[in-house]
Design a protein around this ligand. Sequence first.
Ligand code: NAD
Ligand code: TYD
Length: 381
Amino acid sequence: MLGDGKKKSLSNFSINLSYKNILHIIQQKTSMKKILITGGAGFIGSHVVRLFVTKYPDYHIFNLDKLTYAGNLANLTDIENAPNYTFVRGDIVDADFINELFETHQFDGVIHLAAESHVDRSITEPMAFVMTNVVGTCNLLNAAKNTWKASGYEGKRFYHVSTDEVYGELHNPEDFFLETTPYDPRSPYSASKASSDHFVRAYGNTYKLPIVITNCSNNYGPNHFPEKLLPLMINNILHSKPLPVYGKGENVRDWLFVVDHARAIDTVYHTGKEGETYNIGGFNEWKNIDIVRLVCKTMDSKLGRPEGTSEQLITYVTDRAGHDLRYAIDATKIMNELGWKPSLQFEEGLEKTVDWFLNNQEWLDNITSGNYKEYYDKMYS
Ligand code: NAD
Ligand code: TYD
């Protein structure tokens, strides 16, 4: 009989041990925190999934992603076989599917990144943004509320990842976005994110759902989809194609390395105060034309082209409709209250980013074949 101390033969002992081991594993599994990360196959989500899977072997990470044009499992090949990682393909807009997923897995936490994320696409297809960003977020809120109502909110957390674009645009160079800045979204993308933020706060207030929200500035880094400014410029420079700068290139964005955003998400998930909002940014503002020139210079040097070669590709094109002039985050609150700060300077981050794209040209080629070509021709012709 297992556990009978009278018969301590070697074989019984080893059976006994393995029985205990199995029990321990089962106990570990059942008490293991289960965290749902949505949009984990996208740019920022893939960095968050990697960080959580590798840093927290005691958590089981479920990555829920629809794999739209922006989702790419090639972003996660290094961790796809980790024992504490499961990928689930699904659409957050499908309420029945989301409810069933929550009932089956009884998640302890949600980190919600899934979204339609590109401003230019929101101008041509706003309804996709309403569906995923607003309806999809509400579906997740309902599922969390309903499953957690039974088990209690203790130890639970619904973390909504948002953007600085909800605050609108800045004109005065002295001004920054604070957590208290009134919302003033000006594109269909930022309006849909602002709406989702309001729903998340409303569920916190009305149903006492344990929520937390962060609003981050523009990210850059490895795995960035080449519809966004920096990877689009890197890809075009590689292929000596024109570099389309909107308007006069005078718009200002505040850039943060994606790994630092993932670190901030880890910090806020674990130590942020329930119900609070934290702005995330690196105090790193650049005019578009200046950042494009810096990318040109970095690429020329990496590719062994004479300095100035890539700058000749800069082409001013028709401005984006309703183009926000300037975003700039004041990240004092997260720095002072939670001790987070960016780990590297922009020039170092840009170098790492350019190196990553040059070393991963197959990734870039795969992404820029097929549908991307169609999008690019329609957008920039
Ligand atoms: P992304 O477009 O690279 O990735 C979005 C991911 O969501 C993709 O994997 C996509 O397949 C998935 N997705 C889209 N619709 C879905 C649906 N209906 N159901 C399930 N999955 C779906 O976006 P990103 O740049 O990684 O941004 C992630 C989040 O961070 C977004 O919420 C965005 O608003 C926010 N954010 C982004 C930035 C930035 O600079 N990129 C800055 C601040 C905040
Ligand atoms: P983008 O990367 O789309 O991020 P967001 O609009 O969310 O800030 O664009 C960053 C800035 O670069 C923005 O001011 C628009 C500009 N831009 C260009 O000038 N040319 C381009 O081809 C793209 C994609 C963006």
